[in-house]
Write a protein that binds this ligand. Structure first.
Ligand SMILES: [Zn+2]
Ligand SMILES: [Zn+2]
Length: 182
């Protein structure tokens, strides 16, 4: 069987519309069929008691080994606070030119920064993070075009400043990646 689609693995309870909306938007961004499946593992073993956060490296590995076999690219969508050892937190991470990524909505919520919740803004941020991480799986590196979705960012403000789509250079690299393994 050919593996051409993208799978979204959904952990926990998201805002109602998020997974389906994201499926449509990811499909539009990458021109691939998108499947939404639930995360069925226990998340607790991935909790780091000392940091009170979840281990992103181990969760990425889990998504890769348990959920990615049937599709071209797979991304785990989490509710929980993710970390890697060298950083305070991460919005997401992905295997460069690989098949798997993860992203979390946790640090994208306004409430996290003492501001009133904004579901629409939250969705916009999350969509950008997910498309960014999937971009890495297609071999895209960070881009310095200020509004490109592949621009790196540490804060939610950085995410708010960019678009949810690729600049011309990144689009054409993505095109090449598609042609190389379509
Ligand atoms: Zn990145
Ligand atoms: Zn770019």
């Amino acid at each position: 069987m050919e593996k051409k689609g993208i799978t979204l693995v959904v952990q926990g309870r998201f805002e109602k519309i998020f997974p389906d909306q994201l499926a449509r938007d990811v499909e539009a961004a990458f021109g691939r069929q998108v499947l939404v499946v639930p995360f069925t593992h226990d998340i607790l073993p991935y909790f780091d008691a000392a940091r009170k956060q979840y281990d992103a490296n181990r969760l990425l590995k889990l998504i890769h080994t348990e959920y990615s076999a049937g599709s071209f690219k797979t991304i785990g969508l989490f509710q929980v606070d993710l970390f890697i050892p060298i950083l305070t937190y991460i919005f997401g991470q992905a295997q460069y030119n690989g098949s798997t990524g993860i992203a979390s909505v946790y640090r994208l919520r306004n409430e996290q920064y003492g501001m009133p919740g904004d579901e629409k803004l939250l969705y916009e941020r999350f969509r950008k993070v997910v498309i960014h991480e999937l971009g890495h799986t297609f071999g895209l590196i960070h881009c310095h075009v200020p509004v490109c979705v592949m621009r790196p960012g540490t804060y939610v403000e950085d995410i708010d400043q960019k678009n949810h789509w690729f600049c011309n250079k990144c689009s054409s690299e993505l095109e090449t990646a598609f042609n190389n393994h379509s």
